[in-house]
Design a protein around this ligand. Structure first.
Ligand code: HQG
Length: 179
């Protein structure tokens, strides 16, 4: 089974278009695995997918994009569905990073970091992750440094995505530093 392809399909279903699978995300983005499997089994390529395959997909993935708990599964970040997924505010590390193409920097330094198509701004806990995120759009991304400690102190809320990814509603310009 192509677990990477399965992960992509699940990200699409759980982050962007659950209705295409007749699924409804709850407040925190969870769906019942049994319901997800019914939807997947309708497609010939996923006819034999089991809960164990979903567990394996998460275990072998380089990035922790999904999590399973008590018979349910959800995407940990990346959502674009109209109803904003509820996340518990958490204390961020002192510094966070954001990798972006050079062409976006001027606008970011004017408007701050906005979530754009997604529900939250995505930040990285380390420069390496930020570089990987930025490389999706540019070979030589610019790594912006976010003074998360100061922002949090001033009332900006942060949320935990996974080990490497933090989320925020919006990051105002005064907490963003260019290299
Ligand atoms: C930019 C992937 C102009 C922002 C990744 C980014 C990540 C602005 C783009 C996760 C702006 C949004 C999310 C402003 C923000 N003016 N551009 N004011 N504010 N932008 O894809 O952070 O592999 O929604 O810099 O690895 O790139 O799918 O966000 O370039 O973790 O699991 O607008 O998605 O994860 O792009 O990536 P995105 P992102 P997966």
């Amino acid at each position: 089974m192509d677990l990477m392809k399965l992960s992509k399909e699940l990200s699409y279903a759980l982050r962007h278009a659950p209705w295409e699978y007749e699924l409804e995300l709850d407040e925190e983005g969870w769906v019942e695995i049994s319901q997800l499997l019914v939807a997947l089994h309708e497609s010939p390529q996923w006819k034999h997918v089991t809960e164990a395959d979903l567990e394996k997909m998460i275990a072998v993935s380089e990035k922790k994009r999904h999590e399973i708990q008590a018979g349910r599964i959800r995407a940990l970040y990346g959502h674009s569905t109209p109803h904003k997924i509820a996340k518990l505010p958490a204390t961020p590390p002192e510094t966070l990073y954001h990798g972006t193409p050079l062409r976006a920097v001027e606008s970011i330094m004017e408007q701050g970091l906005q979530p754009r198509q997604r529900q939250y701004v995505h930040l990285s806990a380390d420069m390496e992750t930020a570089t990987q995120v930025g490389r999706r759009r540019d070979d030589q991304p610019i790594i912006l440094t976010i003074d998360a400690a100061k922002a949090a102190q001033d009332g900006v809320q942060f949320y935990h995505g996974n080990e490497n990814i933090w989320l925020a509603d919006y990051i105002p310009v005064q907490y963003i530093q260019q290299p």
